[in-house]
Design a protein around this ligand. Sequence first.
Ligand code: PRP
Ligand code: URA
Ligand code: MG
Length: 231
Amino acid sequence: MSDKKMMNDMTSAMETKYSNLIVLKSNAVKSLHVNVRDKRSTHVEFKKFADRLMRVLAEEALAACTIEQATVWTPTGLEYSGMRPNANICAVSIVRAGDALLEQVIACEPAVSVGKILIQRDESTPDKRPVVYYSKLPPQMSKFDRILLLDPMLATGGSVKKAIELLLAAGIAQKNIVFANVLACPEGLKAIFEAYPEIHVVTTAIDPKLNESMYIVPGLGDYGDRYYNTT
Ligand code: PRP
Ligand code: URA
Ligand code: MG
């Protein structure tokens, strides 16, 4: 079986298993992944293509936060129906890499409120245990229709699970959380959906597995380091 067919089959299997999972499949997404994953891409090239990819993801994740159907009249006198864009959202980034995605969300919808959670994997532990250093969320989190949780990488799922714990403690219902992610893997998706089956996940790709350092493979390396030029 070709690698491409194996990846497509694995993605379809994940979508069948998890009904709250959306995997983007446009040609734009697939083409941007080529340059984002290329180890020869310089920091500037990586940032350029990652920003373009995250802009697409930001629009799709915002679309997953819509709650209201609307019908409008077009200038030709005819009707058009669809889901109305929703700005009653709190975007919460998992710092540091999540901040890159936050910029794209704000560029699409400047009216969102913003929260931040600083979580870092402890790379000295074998399971890359996440450590929560800081959390700043707006008051009355339950007033938002949706919480858009942002982190480009879903590896073991440890970091995002810690962030979800904090959101639930702030009074958010699982079903109102949309997690926007650039690259996931089966281990991370299993960790999220087993703990929080009602969460929604929008991702641009699922890779087959983690390696022994808990990095996604084939993956793209360390997103934060490549984006912020700290390798
Ligand atoms: C990376 C990434 C995610 C996390 C994913 O963050 O940005 O937050 O690892 O791994 P997990 O699913 O196994 O928890 P890192 O701790 O390297 O910090 P950074 O964003 O500052 O690079
Ligand atoms: N964090 C990254 O940036 N990349 C991985 O593959 C895993 C965690
Ligand atoms: Mg990192």
